[in-house]
Design a protein around this ligand. Structure first.
Ligand SMILES: *Cc1c(COP(=O)(O)O)cnc(C)c1O
Length: 368
């Protein structure tokens, strides 16, 4: 791999293939795999990720918002795309790009039926979402009769799937809660299917659901974070490879004498001699201020260099006193050895937050 000469997010497609195949090995051959590529493919590159997964055989894709689905269509994704949180104001655009809405309450259901009817649609695929304990989005069990009567009054839409979402699939201390969610979903889906003349697909599992609750795989699973290389536990992380490596370079090295300060607000004051390296990456690139003042670190020549002082918009300074390095040398912010999960832990957050924060200013480089 060539050495980085600027800040780069390298995306390793071989690692993506490995993760996809690992997750697929956990499900039955006839269980479909929906790849979640919301938020720019968890901060990587949604269009490249989806294009490659489409070739590898992903059955479905999901995004959060309609604009994300439009971008996938424009990049040539032809597989079905579920929009998890469509906003009513954009529903015509959703239809125009053959995206499939998650309908989670009566207001959105009615609005969608109205628009699909006006657009002269027939059996337009929709997904009905039920809340089984996350208390975020979704119909309740007592909405079933209303949903069915609404659906039976129209030929504009057809229920392609019924689904729900687990609240704590990665936390085995919450196993009883999760099993209750699965049981509620079984009851709800039976009731729905009894009232329809056809059988929609059922799905419930995110990555940790795939790994921890095989009994809840139903007809399809929705894998997100696992594709990007994180399994939400040390045990599962061993089977996955982070696909993204955030690299940068040393712009300048400074010698700091005792009593001098480093960075804005003089947040760091030195009580001994030290050497710092200034790096072209800052909070505008996704390394938030919480990583400053010794919390976060980068890796240079295999050694950890903690962030010194406050994170600036476009730069950070790191302590390289004990590292033999030069201006122009490559720096790893996170990657396959020193992972984003590890860096995220330094500020009490999770891999999901750090990887999705890497801003669009950072150039993406695909490694095939
Ligand atoms: C984001 C999301 C997923 C993917 O979850 P991971 O933990 O990243 O696998 C699945 N389903 C829904 C509804 C989501 O919002």
């Amino acid at each position: 791999m060539p050495k980085a000469q600027e800040t780069l997010l390298e995306i390793d497609l071989k690692a993506l293939k490995h993760n996809f195949e690992h997750l697929k090995s956990k499900i039955k051959n006839n269980t479909k795999f929906l790849a979640v590529v919301k938020a720019f493919g968890y901060g990587s590159d949604a269009c490249e990720i989806a294009s490659y997964l489409q070739v590898l055989g992903a059955d479905y894709f999901a995004v959060a918002y309609i604009s994300e689905g439009v971008a996938l269509r424009e990049a040539g994704i032809t597989k079905p795309i579920l929009v998890l949180h469509p906003q009513v104001v954009n529903l015509k655009t959703l239809i125009k790009h053959s995206l499939e809405p998650s309908l989670y309450n009566m207001k959105v259901l009615k609005e969608f039926v109205k628009i699909a009817t006006a657009e002269k649609q027939n059996d337009y695929p929709v997904h009905i979402k039920f809340n089984t304990g996350l208390n975020r989005l979704g119909f309740g069990e007592d909405d079933i009769d209303n949903i069915i009567s609404e659906i039976k009054q129209t030929t504009a839409v057809k229920i392609t799937s019924v689904f729900s979402h687990l609240a704590a699939s990665e936390d085995l201390n919450e196993k009883e809660f999760t099993l209750n969610q699965i049981a509620s979903f079984n009851i709800i889906s039976k009731k729905i299917i009894d009232k329809l003349a056809y059988k929609p697909m059922l799905h419930m599992c995110n990555t940790s659901g795939i790994l921890n609750y095989p009994e809840a795989h139903f007809d399809m699973v929705r894998g997100g974070i696992g594709l990007y290389g994180f399994g939400n536990s040390d045990k599962e992380n061993k089977n996955l490879i982070p696909i993204a490596t955030l690299k940068t370079v040393i712009s300048q090295i400074h010698v700091i004498e005792k009593g001098e300060s480093v960075g804005y607000n003089r947040a760091f004051k030195s009580n001994s001699f030290l050497k710092t390296a200034t790096l072209p990456i800052g909070h505008a690139d996704g390394i938030g201020r919480q990583y400053g003042n010794g919390n976060g670190f980068v890796t240079i020549k295999g050694q950890q260099a903690p962030i010194v002082g406050n994170v600036c918009m476009d730069m950070i300074m790191v302590n390289i006193t004990d590292i033999n390095c030069e201006e122009g040398d490559e720096v790893i912010v996170f990657g396959q050895d020193s992972t984003a999960e590890r860096l995220a832990e330094t500020t009490n957050t999770i891999s999901y937050e750090l990887i999705t924060s890497i801003s669009q200013r950072v150039k993406r480089l695909l490694i095939k």
